[in-house]
Design a protein around this ligand. Sequence first.
Ligand code: ZN
Length: 448
Amino acid sequence: MLIINSTIITWGKPNEILHNHAIRISDSIIQDIGFQKDLLEKYSTDEILDAKGQFLMPGLICAHTHFYGAFSRGMNIHGSAPADFPEILQKLWWPLDQSLTNEDIKYSSLVSMVDAIKHGTTTLFDHHASPNSISGSLDIIEEAFRDTGLRGVVCYEVTDRGGYGKADEGIAENVRMIQKVNNNKVFDNKVSATFGLHASLTISEETLKKCRSVLPDNFGIHIHVAEHSVDEYDSIIKTGLRVIDRLDKHELLGENSIVVHGVHMDMREIAQVVETKTWVTHQPRSNMNNAVGMADIDSMIRMGVKVCMGNDGFSNAMWDEWRTCYLAHKLWNQDPRRMNGSSVIDLAVYNNSDLATHFFNGSRIGKIEIGAKADLILVDYTPITEVSTGNLPWQILFGFRDSMVTTTIVDGKLLMKDRQLVFLDEQKISSTACELSKEVWKRYERQF
Ligand SMILES: [Zn+2]
């Protein structure tokens, strides 16, 4: 397939904006890029996708999300409003995840994925919890990825909050999925896995040891770290160590591991993250909503932390997350010089691309270049000022809206064209989700 009549944003290094160019997709990858007239001659029998002047760019990447939280939208939180993050866990997320059945896991994943396709997010790292439906839960999410055509990484949040039996079940679920990914090439490099852990504050030393002992070579963990100061103090009380030191003692950090948030990590912990080449993800909308504070991302970047961007289960409209990141750090620090637009691009574009590329065995994801995966979106943006590589971050932050995404392609396959989902029935998926969510809300309420 040839994509013609677009303005191409490559997100290469250096970034380029190409005019009068076309790209050719073949076998899930970008097989050629060149002047449009040359490519039209060279591949005269190819199917044509006419972008009609839209921007063509790599699909967006979300480095940390929770599909299972989808049914929280509009739900009445029991009792008085939670006063801090630990209360939010106890009053909202834990009773909610305990209410999920296999069918709920399927539909909370599907509605999140439809949302992602519609807003141009093509690769997502999910962090799943469903304590009353653990075994097989990751297969359900993996199947949803395959049914929707998106690219994703799955894991199960191991925790001791339901007792050692459920912790063991979570460990087994991660190991089984990792082995499935490792041994079985039916995934076509579209679904991968990592080893999920909830957070240090709900995990005992015994369970951490067990996780380490079963973690296969070349795989790491995906864990919330120091989202709230309670995580640090719990770790110090339990072990005398701060969270990152604790994870390091168990040899759980490294280039295959992702730590989420890191809001309350101290300087020594940040240095340890750099030394071990561990990834960090930043989710400013979630941090604001939970009022847990903001990580010092500017300093982390300066120290060499590989900071990526996720959404923590907020909408899969990632430009909302970018914009929040750009604005939140200015307010938090009361300094409009903080969080430069190009730093947002470093997180959300370049580091997310490196993360996805790392987790998909070096398949290049998140850039337009020959040989990269054809994960692409068309954006119907009409500039009112000249767009250049220099001002592109601010054109996006102040001009792009996720609703401007009209076409989404993953692995060379059209998932949405001209705002119409190609093979998914959104109405049917959404109405089924609506029905299921009523029962989830009843099961949630019965726990109080
Ligand atoms: Zn999270």
